[in-house]
Design a protein around this ligand. Structure first.
Ligand code: GDP
Ligand code: IMO
Ligand code: MG
Length: 441
């Protein structure tokens, strides 16, 4: 019994940060294993709100070790800003955080390229990335010739390596039409000293997370894996090409962290009680009407990283069943139940109609998904606030009926219900005893 994972089952922002923070005290390590500063994980602790991008959401618990493992792509400038932003709030990252020497760096040229290409349309729509340089960085990782890793910051030939890549990248980005003022930001004379400053600040926090985590797993320590983004944004299994550039479903845990599957016992699949999406791409249950606006307002559905309004819609059981199976989910965490308490009538998508046929399979092509029409089941709203509910027994019957229907449709029991952003606004259902997870104060 050693590894538990928290995976988003929709398009991100399912409240993974809240759950990881809540569960972290029962674990020895919290592990971020993919994505980068495209993630924005919110942790509300009393009157304080923390927005974490690279830093694992276990960081508020001093006895928990937080690991940023090889699959994460790191922008050192923003990571240092995050560390410095937490320090005056009493959070000491130097003591309890380690960054893998194998992790790749998001360099200024990756961000310039992301900005330059973000408006490019693919299949009639732009992906609408977070402009954090994620796609260009992962592409260089796979391409190898222009990649720079954490360990490179510590090598004697660092300056030479960075100078060479900066010169090559300047030529490539000039040919892509990046304006000369922006190219100045990636000039060798700018980036070489910048990288030296990163090395100075971060060297004490760079190490071999793989070795440490393998030792920990073998010593029966408890590991909590923190997914970023959501499974529908997975590069291989999501709504391609409207996805992120890493494996954000359960399949990414082992590749990104270096921990083999035998150490993973539980996968907690996090989803909102409705759906949201930021950026472009198909969204079968999207509500482009007053109800969608109402959900956005009630759920404060604006991006944690970019501030963009999130697209809102009904719960899509076809999509979540697919991602729950794909991610090996053992329990669902159903978040934002408080938001639905205000609506008169709820809908859950139980199947799609594609070209006149009813299907329950999640199609692999974005154009097919765009053509899918949702087939809904209507459920009466329960119209009773649940923000202050702290046990399943006190949940309105209508709300429980909604939860049970989602369990049936997705095929996985609900272990956690969330009724607000606060730690206390969380209910661990009976089923969660199987997970051996207990709520913390
Ligand atoms: P993450 O990226 O998956 O960690 O999620 P985000 O932090 O981007 O977005 C989730 C938002 O919902 C945050 O602002 C949380 O504070 C908030 N939140 C978490 N759980 C609940 C809940 O049950 N109800 C409400 N109303 N808000 C919640
Ligand atoms: P967390 O971890 C929601 C979306 C972007 C865009 C697509 C590709 O907070 O859940 P990228 O910058 O990764 O190349 O953008 O993925 N996206 C997210 N949406 N939550 C996230 O992270 C996201 N990270 C990326 O909006 O549609
Ligand atoms: Mg987020």
């Amino acid at each position: 019994m050693s590894g538990t994972c928290v995976i988003g089952l929709q398009w991100g922002d399912e409240a993974k940060g809240k759950l990881v923070d809540l569960l972290a005290p029962q674990f020895d390590y919290v592990v971020r294993y993919q994505g980068g500063a495209n993630a924005g994980h919110t942790v509300v602790a009393g009157s304080e709100t923390y927005k974490l991008h690279h830093i694992p959401s276990g960081i508020l618990h001093p006895h928990v070790k937080n690991m940023i493992t090889p699959g994460v792509v790191i922008n050192p400038t923003t990571l240092i800003a995050e560390i410095d932003g937490l320090a005056p709030r009493g959070v000491n990252c130097a003591e309890n955080m380690l960054i893998s020497e194998r992790a790749h760096l998001v360099m200024p040229w990756h961000i310039a390229e992301d900005r330059q290409t973000n408006a490019t349309e693919v299949r009639g729509e732009s992906i609408g990335t977070t402009n954090r340089g994620i796609g260009p960085c992962y592409r260089d990782k796979v391409g190898r010739t222009h990649a720079i890793r954490m360990t490179d910051l510590l090598q004697p030939e660092r300056d030479e390596r960075i100078r060479t890549v900066a010169e090559q990248k300047t030529k490539i980005l000039r040919s892509l039409g990046v304006p000369e003022e922006e190219l100045q930001q990636i000039a060798p004379d700018v980036v070489v000293p910048l990288a030296a400053s990163w090395a100075k600040r971060l060297s004490a926090m760079i190490g071999d997370t793989t070795e440490i985590l393998l030792d920990a797993a073998e010593a029966d320590k408890k590991l909590l894996f923190e997914g970023a983004q959501g499974a529908l944004l997975d590069i291989d299994h999501g709504t391609y090409p409207f996805v992120t550039s890493s494996n954000s479903s359960g399949v990414g845990i082992c590749a990104g962290s270096g921990i083999p599957p035998k150490w993973i016992d539980h996968v907690l699949g996090v989803c909102k009680a409705y759906s949201t999406r930021v950026g472009g791409g198909p969204f079968v249950t999207e509500l482009e009407d007053a109800v969608g606006d109402q959900i956005r307002k009630l759920g404060n559905e604006y991006g944690t990283t970019t501030g963009r309004p999130r697209r809102c819609g009904w719960f899509d059981a076809v999509a979540v069943r697919y991602t729950a199976r794909l991610s090996g989910v053992t329990r669902l965490a159903l978040m934002m139940m408080d938001v639905l308490a205000h609506l008169d009538e709820l809908k859950v998508c139980v199947a799609y109609e594609l070209d006149g046929q009813r299907i329950t399979r999640f199609p692999g092509h974005a154009d097919q998904l765009r053509r899918c029409k949702p087939i809904y089941e209507t459920i009466e709203g329960w119209k009773e606030p649940v923000d202050d509910v702290r046990s399943v027994d006190d949940f309105p019957e209508g709300a429980l009926a909604y939860v049970r229907r989602i369990e049936e449709l997705v095929g996985v029991p609900v272990g956690v219900l969330s009724v607000g952003p606060d730690r206390a606004q969380t209910i661990f259902t009976d089923a969660s005893s199987v997970l051996k997870l207990q709520p913390v104060a």
